[in-house]
Design a protein around this ligand. Structure first.
Ligand code: PLP
Length: 429
C-alpha cells in the first residue's frame, strides 16, 4: 500500500501530481510520501503490539533529515552504522536512548561520539572491536553498553551482495566466538552487557530464515543465562523485503506475528532494525526523457537520471518498475527499450529490455520503489549535482534537500596555487 496513485490517468504523490512537482522542483527528483512513511512505520509497530519492543529504523536506507524527523516524531528508534548517521539522527531530533550502533568498522572517534551521546547499545562485531570499545570507554570513564552481533549462519536466500548472516560474510561473530566474548565482557568493568543482536541480510521475502536466526540466537541466550549472563534485549535485525516486481514478501503483520511467536517466553525487550520495508515503496524517482535513440535493433530511452542518482539497477541488477507520469497517449505504441542515463558507463541503466508506451522527449518517467537505497547511495560521478528530494504531505511539498549546484560540486576543493605563489605546497617529510 502506498500513496502514489493515478487520478484521471495522471500519477500523483498523495494530492500533488508528479508533473506539478517536476515543474516546480526540476528533475531528476526524489519524491517521498509522508502518509506512506507514517503508515509503514505504524503497521510494523502495531504488528508487535503486546511485546516490549523498539522499532529502530535503519538510517542507511534513507537518511534525509525530514524522513528521520518524521520517524522520530512517531517515537522511532534508529539503527546507525556510522558517526555521520548518529549526527543525522541527533540533528533530526532522534532520541539517542533509542539508537543502536551496528557496523564492522567503528573508529575510536565514532565509539566515543556514541558513548558521549548516550546511545542505547553498541552492536559489537568482533573480538578486536570489543577490546577497542573497552579502551575508549575506560579512557572516558564510562561503561559502554554492548551487545554482540552474532552471525547465526543461516541463508537468507537473497542477492549475495545483501546477504550478511552466512559464515563467509564479514558481519558479526560466530555463536562459539560470541560465547567466549560474552564471558570476557562479563569480567570487564568498562563494559556493560545489554543484549544480543543479529541481522542476516536484506530484501528477504521468506519468514523461515528470520525464524531460524531467532531460534539460534535464543538458544545461545539460554546458554548464557545458565552462566549468569542475562541479556536484556534481543535485536532481530532488519531485512524484510518489499515488492519491486513480482516478489511476495510476507506482510509486516505476518512478519510481526511470526516474530512474536518465535519470541514466546522471552521476557526481555525486542529491537527491530527495518530499513527498506519502511521507506522503499514510500519514494519514487522522477526523471525527464531527453532523447529516444534508435541504434540498430535497439531503442534507448535516454533520461536525465543516471546510475549516480539510483545505482541499484547497475550495482545489483535490481528491478524497478518504470511508468509514464502522465496519462498514456491513445496513439502510443509499445516498445521494448533500455532506459539509460547520460553517464559514460555501459552499466548506466535504470532498466533493460523494458516494455513501455513509446515516450517522447520531455515526457516524465517515474521509477518506482526508490525510497530505500536510492538517494542514500547516490554520488556525484561525472560531476553531476545530486537530485533534489521533496517530501509530500497531502497537498503540500517540503523541499527535504535542495538540488545541488555546480558550486556544491567543488566545495572543499581548490586548484593548484599559481606557480611561484607564496603559499607553497608543503613538502612531505
Ligand atoms: C542494512 C541494515 C539493516 C536494514 O536492512 P533492510 O534490509 O533495509 O531492512 C538493519 N540492520 C543492519 C545492521 C544493517 O546493516
Amino acid at each position: 500500500m502506498n500513496h502514489f496513485q493515478r487520478k484521471k490517468g495522471v500519477l500523483h504523490a498523495e494530492r500533488i501530481s508528479l508533473e506539478a512537482l517536476a515543474e516546480a522542483h526540476g528533475t531528476p527528483l526524489y519524491v517521498y510520501s509522508t502518509a506512506t512513511l507514517t503508515r509503514h512505520w505504524k503497521v510494523l509497530h502495531r504488528s508487535l503490539a503486546g511485546i516490549d519492543h523498539v522499532v529502530c529504523y535503519a538510517v542507511k536506507a534513507n537518511s534525509n533529515l525530514a524522513v528521520l524527523s518524521l520517524f522520530a516524531r512517531l517515537g522511532s528508534g534508529f539503527d546507525i552504522v556510522s558517526g555521520g548517521e548518529l549526527y543525522r539522527v541527533l540533528k533530526a531530533g532522534g532520541d539517542p536512548g533509542k539508537v543502536v550502533f551496528s557496523g564492522v568498522g567503528k573508529r575510536d572517534d565514532e565509539i566515543a561520539f556514541a558513548l558521549e551521546s548516550g546511545v542505547r547499545v553498541l552492536n559489537v562485531e568482533s573480538a578486536p572491536e570489543l577490546a577497542r570499545v573497552s579502551i575508549v570507554a575506560r579512557r572516558m570513564g564510562v561503561r559502554a553498553p554492548i551487545a554482540l552481533r552474532v552471525n547465526p549462519d543461516v541463508d537468507p536466500k537473497t542477492h549475495p551482495y545483501i546477504s550478511t548472516g552466512l559464515r563467509e560474510n564479514k558481519f558479526g561473530v560466530s555463536i562459539a566466538e560470541a560465547r567466549r566474548l560474552y564471558a570476557l565482557a562479563a569480567t570487564d568493568p568498562a563494559l556493560e552487557i545489554r543484549g544480543i543482536a543479529c541481522h542476516i541480510g536484506s530484501q528477504i521475502t521468506d519468514l523461515r530464515p528470520f525464524l531460524d536466526a531467532i531460534a539460534r540466537v535464543r538458544a545461545l541466550a539460554k546458554d548464557l543465562a545458565t552462566q549468569g549472563i542475562r541479556l536484556g534485549h534481543l535485536d532481530v535485525g532488519g531485512g524484510l523485503g518489499i515488492t519491486y516486481r513480482d516478489e511476495e514478501p510476507p506482510h509486516p503483520d505476518a512478519y510481526g506475528a511470526a516474530i512474536k511467536k518465535a519470541l514466546t517466553g522471552w521476557d526481555g525487550e525486542v529491537f527491530l532494525e527495518p530499513g527498506r520495508v519502511l521507506v522503499g515503496n514510500a519514494g519514487v524517482l522522477v526523471t525527464r526523457v531527453l532523447y529516444v535513440k534508435k541504434s540498430g535493433r535497439k531503442t534507448f530511452v535516454v533520461v536525465d537520471a543516471a546510475m549516480n542518482d539510483l545505482v541499484r539497477p547497475s550495482y545489483y541488477g535490481a528491478y524497478h518498475g518504470i511508468e509514464l507520469a502522465g496519462a498514456p497517449r491513445k496513439d502510443a505504441r509499445e516498445l521494448v527499450c533500455d532506459v539509460v542515463g547520460p553517464i559514460c558507463e555501459s552499466s548506466d541503466f535504470l532498466a533493460q529490455k523494458r516494455r513501455l508506451p513509446e515516450p517522447r522527449p520531455g515526457d516524465l518517467l517515474v521509477v518506482r520503489s526508490a525510497g530505500a537505497y536510492g538517494f542514500a547511495m547516490s554520488s556525484n560521478y561525472n560531476a553531476r549535482p545530486r537530485a533534489a528530494e521533496v517530501l509530500v504531505d497531502g497537498d503540500r511539498a517540503l523541499v527535504a534537500r535542495k538540488r545541488e549546484t555546480y558550486a556544491d560540486l567543488v566545495r572543499g576543493e581548490q586548484p593548484l596555487p599559481e606557480p611561484g605563489a607564496v603559499h607553497r605546497v608543503r613538502r612531505m617529510s
